[in-house]
Write a protein that binds this ligand. Structure first.
Ligand code: NAD
Ligand code: 6OD
Length: 484
C-alpha cells in the first residue's frame, strides 16, 4: 500500500504507529500514514530552527520569491499527482479539484511572491523639541518557526494559502495536515525538494489533534507562531496552547453563513449562486451558505427552484465528468451531519428535499454519502440554524424588509461570510456594510481576490490573512528611530 511518511529536515521519515487513510467514496484504503510522535515533532521543530538560523535566514526577498514562483510552476507540472492525492483523500469531483484546489495552490505561491516583492515599509519624519528631527522606519523580520495546521476540506488550497506567505517572509515551517487528508501535503513536500527549498525550511508531520502531533506542535516551546484553519472548538484549544508563551495566532474557523435574497434579485443568477454556495464541496467549505433568508414575494419561487437544483445534483465517483457532488469526508462526519438532519426534523422543519443518507450505487454503499438537503419552517432559534453543519444543507427563512434581513443575518455567534443577492446596487453596498462578517459578497460567492483581507469575526476567527495582511502576520517589525 502507498505510504505517507513525515517530511523532516529534507527527508521522508517513518513514524509510529501508522493509521489508515481511506477514500470517502467507498471506504477503500488509500495509504498507510506514519504518525509523528512527540520526538519526531521535536525533530521537525529543531530542523526548522536550524534552517531559520542557517542560510535560509539570510536569503533575500528576491531569492525567496524566485523559489515561490518555481514552486508554482512545479505544482502545475505535477498537477496530476496532486490531483490524484487530493481526490483519493476527499472524494471530490476531479473537475473541482483541478479548477479550485490545484489551480489555487499555484496561484497562492505566485500571489505571495508578487505581494512580498512589492512590499515597502512605512516611514515617518518626526519633529521634536526645538528643530529636532528623527527618521523612523520599520523593518520586517520573519516571525520565526511557524506551525501551520490545516483541515481536510480544501487541503492543498488551505495549506498553500498559509505556506506561501510564511515562506515569502523568510519563516521556516512545520505543517500538520489533517489526518483525513495527508496526501497532497506529502506530494507538495516532494515538489519543494525538487525546486530546491533547503532542508528544514518546510517540515510535514502527520497525525491527529489532541494527544498527537497537532497538540504536540501547538504546545512546543520552539514554535514562534501558529496559523490554523479548522473548527472553532480546536481554535479555542490552540489559543490556550499559545497563551502561556504569548505567541501570535491567526485563526480561520467555522461559519454559519447567511445569504440574503431580495425580491429584486436576478432569480436565475441567484439560484445558480445559491446552488454553489450551499452545495459546493458537499457543503464542506467554511464559506458555504447554511442560512438562506428570502424576501417574502419570491420565497416560494426561490424554494422551488433551489429544490429543483438540489435534486439535479449528480452524486458519484470523482472521475465521472457528470458528477457534481462527492461524499462527506468520513463516517464520523456523516454521523454528525445526519444528526443535524434529524435535529431539523425534530424541530418541525419541512424537508423540501433530502434529509438522509444518499444511496448512490451498490459499489459505493460503504462511502460517506448524504443527500443534499433543504428545509423550511425553521427559525433562528433552532440549533440547526445556529450551529455549523458543514454539510450540503440549508434552511430557507422568509423576511419582509431590509432591516429584518440584516438583523436575522447578524443574529449569529459566527461572522465569516455573507452573500447579498439584489439588482439594486445601492442596497447591495448598504447591506454588505451592515454584515458582521469578514467577507460580504454581492451577487456572487467565493469569488476570491487573494490580495484582499480574508478572515472572520466572532467564533469565525481571529486576524486577517491575504495580501499584505498575511505579511503582517508572518513578520515581526522593528521600528528604527534615527535622530538626525
Ligand atoms: P478540526 O479543527 O477538527 O481540525 C483541523 C486541524 O486541526 C486538523 O489538522 C486536526 O488534526 C488539528 N487539530 C485538531 N485538534 C487539535 C488540537 N487540540 N491541537 C492541535 N491541532 C488540532 O477541523 P476539521 O474538522 O478538520 O475542519 C472542519 C472545520 O474547519 C469546520 O468547522 C470549518 O468551518 C473549518 N474551516 C474553516 C475555514 C476558514 O477559512 N474559516 C476553512 C476551512 C475549514
Ligand atoms: O480562499 C481562501 O483563501 C480560503 N482561505 C478559503 C477558505 C475556505 C474554507 O473552507
Amino acid at each position: 500500500m502507498k505510504q505517507y511518511r513525515n517530511f523532516v529536515d529534507g527527508a521522508f521519515v517513518d513514524g509510529t504507529p501508522t493509521f489508515l487513510d481511506v477514500n470517502p467514496v467507498d471506504g477503500s484504503p488509500v495509504a498507510e500514514v506514519h504518525e509523528a510522535d512527540a520526538a519526531l515533532v521535536d525533530a521537525a521543530v529543531a530542523a526548522a530552527r536550524r534552517a531559520l538560523e542557517g542560510p535560509w535566514g539570510r536569503t533575500t526577498t528576491a531569492e525567496r520569491c524566485r523559489l515561490l514562483r518555481a514552486v508554482a510552476d512545479e505544482i502545475e507540472d505535477r498537477a496530476e499527482d496532486l490531483l490524484c492525492a487530493e481526490v483519493a483523500d476527499t472524494g471530490k469531483p476531479e473537475r473541482i479539484a483541478r479548477q479550485l484546489d490545484v489551480a489555487r495552490a499555484a496561484a497562492n505561491f505566485r500571489t505571495f511572491a508578487d505581494v512580498a516583492a512589492a512590499e515597502g515599509t512605512e516611514s515617518f519624519l518626526t519633529e521634536f523639541g526645538e528643530g529636532g528631527r528623527a527618521f523612523n522606519y520599520a523593518v520586517r523580520k520573519p516571525l520565526g518557526v511557524v506551525a501551520v495546521i490545516v483541515p481536510w476540506n480544501l487541503p492543498l488550497l488551505l495549506l498553500t494559502w498559509k505556506l506561501a506567505p510564511a515562506l515569502a517572509c523568510g519563516n521556516t515551517v512545520v505543517v500538520k495536515p489533517s489526518e483525513e487528508t495527508p496526501g497532497s501535503a506529502t506530494v507538495l513536500a516532494e515538489i519543494l525538494v525538487d525546486v530546491g527549498i533547503p532542508p528544514g525550511v518546510v517540515n510535514v508531520v502527520h497525525g491527529f489533534g489532541k494527544g498527537s502531533s497537532g497538540e504536540f506542535l501547538t504546545w512546543h516551546p520552539g514554535i514562534d507562531g501558529i496559523t490554523f484553519t479548522g473548527s472553532s472548538a480546536t481554535g479555542t484549544a490552540i489559543m490556550a496552547a499559545a497563551a502561556p508563551r504569548v505567541r501570535p495566532v491567526s485563526f480561520e474557523l467555522g461559519g454559519k453563513n447567511p445569504a440574503l435574497v431580495f425580491a429584486d434579485c436576478d432569480l436565475d443568477a441567484t439560484v445558480d449562486g445559491l446552488t454553489r454556495s450551499v452545495f459546493a464541496n458537499t457543503g464542506q467549505v467554511c464559506l458555504c451558505t447554511e442560512r438562506v433568508y428570502v424576501q417574502r414575494p419570491v420565497f416560494d419561487q426561490v424554494a422551488e427552484r433551489l429544490t429543483a437544483a438540489a435534486r439535479s445534483l449528480r452524486l458519484g465517483r470523482p472521475h465521472d465528468p457528470a458528477v457534481t457532488m462527492g461524499p462527506l469526508i468520513s463516517a464520523e462526519h456523516q454521523r454528525k451531519v445526519l444528526r443535524s438532519y434529524a435535529l431539523a426534523e425534530k424541530a418541525g422543519a419541512t424537508v423540501l428535499t433530502g434529509g438522509g443518507i444518499a444511496s448512490v450505487s451498490d459499489e459505493l454503499a460503504d462511502g460517506f454519502w448524504v443527500e443534499p438537503t433543504l428545509w423550511t419552517g425553521l427559525t433562528n432559534a433552532d440549533t440547526v440554524v445556529r450551529e455549523e453543519i458543514f454539510g450540503p444543507a440549508a434552511a430557507l427563512i422568509p423576511f419582509d424588509d431590509e432591516d429584518e434581513a440584516v438583523a436575522l443575518a447578524n443574529d449569529s455567534e459566527y461572522g465569516l461570510a455573507a452573500s447579498v443577492w439584489t439588482s439594486d446596487i445601492s442596497r447591495g453596498h448598504r447591506v454588505a456594510h451592515r454584515m458582521n462578517t469578514g467577507i460580504a459578497w454581492v451577487n456572487t460567492w467565493f469569488l476570491r481576490e487573494l490580495r484582499s483581507p480574508f478572515g472572520g469575526m466572532g467564533r469565525s476567527g481571529l486576524g486577517r490573512e491575504g495580501g499584505r495582511h498575511s505579511l503582517d502576520f508572518y513578520t515581526e517589525t522593528t521600528n528604527v528611530c534615527v535622530a538626525l
